[in-house]
Design a protein around this ligand. Sequence first.
Ligand code: DQA
Length: 135
Amino acid sequence: MIINGPNLNLLRIREKNIYGSQDFQSYFEELKALYEQGVELLYFQSNHEGAIIDKLHEIGFSYDGIVLNAGAYTHTSIAIADAIAGINTPVVEVHISNVHQREAFRHHSYLAKNCVGVICGFGLNSYKLGVESFL
Ligand code: DQA
């Protein structure tokens, strides 16, 4: 499952110079088409920290892998970090932008320590690389 956090529902509209001009839904359709056979991809987005945590609890004991872009919660949320630590399903942290080329407050992730790996800076392809890491 791919989980997107806050403001990622605004892809295509939001800061195009950083996040590009494609909306996530159309990218997700392209991604699903690549894996028609044998791989089931699902998508969830929420702007609410608790809703992301609820989703991690809901799927985190039965799904094969989670590709998580927690948006700004990456840099603030001990609660999401604890949720990742508490579930069994491995989580890969992804970011569209290269957070290390940006403001210093984006350089730290509370989540990374509890994730199997981190992928950032490849645009929407970061999600594909995240999915590939589970295959
Ligand atoms: C982001 C990077 C975060 O710092 C930012 O708050 C986002 C998007 C990315 O995908 O590049 O909302 O996670």
